[in-house]
Design a protein around this ligand. Structure first.
Ligand SMILES: Cc1ncc(COP(=O)(O)OP(=O)(O)O)c(N)n1
Ligand SMILES: Cc1ncsc1CCOP(=O)(O)O
Ligand SMILES: [Mg+2]
Length: 213
């Protein structure tokens, strides 16, 4: 898929609770109304069948907002729901094999915490990088913190867009290095907010005001 995609505000889902499907879908819709530019489905605790059903619903929803829909880890579910892309990390299926499975036209996102991982991901066919964790996060148990300077170093070595991830909120987004990240990826600052639409609007505004400085 081409890279004229706006990654400014990238929402990663992790809010599904069995029995609360409509509340979950409502939250994600509100976030999309608040200006989310890319949506990633990441519901590791749900069964494969539930993931498939939810992903189908979110694919339709994101399509109605003209927002690319990415599936975390699960190439099978991405293909089954005809998602726009897949995001994989260093412990998932290798990026070059995922690229082969999804073909040239779908988006491939790869997590990178170092320059070496970033350069390899670009070579293996990534369309964008998820770089983090830039701040402490409660949303991913095995996340390791990276130095802020690593984003600048990665920026010098790759041409594909960089999305910063991990513990980002409307306050600390100002501490991200200027101009090096093309977007911010967020779970809790939006999906744990009482007002996901307002939270998305505020985060995006803070990030864009920084990016265009
Ligand atoms: C945009 C984005 N960046 C990084 C990640 C993390 O992916 P990964 O390292 O595979 O960890 P899990 O999300 O699978 O726990 C991401 N999901 N999205
Ligand atoms: C999926 C992922 N990868 C690195 S940190 C993270 C979690 C981000 O969630 P939050 O925005 O709640 O810190
Ligand atoms: Mg993964």
């Amino acid at each position: 898929m081409s890279n004229n995609i706006d990654y400014s505000l990238y929402l990663v889902t992790e809010a599904y609770r069995e029995g609360y499907r409509s509340e979950y879908l409502k939250k994600v819709r509100q976030a999309l109304q608040g200006g989310v530019n890319v949506l990633q489905f990441r519901e590791k605790n749900a069964s494969s069948l539930r993931q498939f059903e939810l992903a189908k619903a979110l694919k339709d929803m994101s399509q109605s907002f003209h927002v690319p829909f990415i599936i975390n880890d699960r190439v099978d579910i991405a293909l089954a729901v005809n998602a726009d892309g897949v995001h994989v990390g260093q412990e998932d299926l290798p990026a070059e094999d995922v690229r082969r499975l999804i073909g040239p036209d779908k988006l491939l996102g790869v997590s990178a915490a170092t320059v070496e991982e970033a350069v390899k991901a670009e070579r293996d066919g990534a369309d964008y990088l998820g770089v983090g964790s830039v701040f402490q996060t409660g949303s991913k148990g095995d996340a390791t913190l990276i130095e802020m300077d690593e984003i600048a170093r990665i920026r010098q070595e790759v041409t594909i867009p960089i999305v910063a991830i991990g513990g980002i909120n409307a306050e600390n987004v100002k501490r991200l290095p200027e101009r090096h990240a093309d977007g911010i990826a967020v779970i809790s600052a939006i999906l744990s907010a009482a007002d996901p639409k307002g939270a998305a609007e505020q985060l995006k505004e803070q990030f864009l005001s920084k990016k265009h400085k």
